[in-house]
Design a binder for this molecule. Structure first.
Ligand code: SF4
Length: 64
């Protein structure tokens, strides 16, 4: 499973990071999301889904 971030939509609220800091980081310069993994480790998939669902801008999507 991969998480794709659309940085044109990301507004840097950081909700994804609060939902699952193990997967979602925020860039220091502009606060945009940074997905820590190219392929999400199986044990973090549930948290990654939570983070994707938490984004108010619909900037995150899942690729199975
Ligand atoms: S919750 Fe959405 S808009 Fe906010 S930082 Fe994460 S990806 Fe960007």
């Amino acid at each position: 499973m991969k998480v794709i971030a659309d940085l044109d939509k990301c507004q840097g609220h950081g909700v994804c990071n609060m939902s699952c800091p193990e997967v979602f980081d925020l860039a220091e310069e502009d606060g945009h999301v940074m997905v820590k993994y190219d392929v999400i480790p199986v044990e973090l998939e549930e948290g990654a889904r939570l983070g994707v669902d938490s984004c108010p801008e619909l900037a995150l999507s899942i690729e199975e």
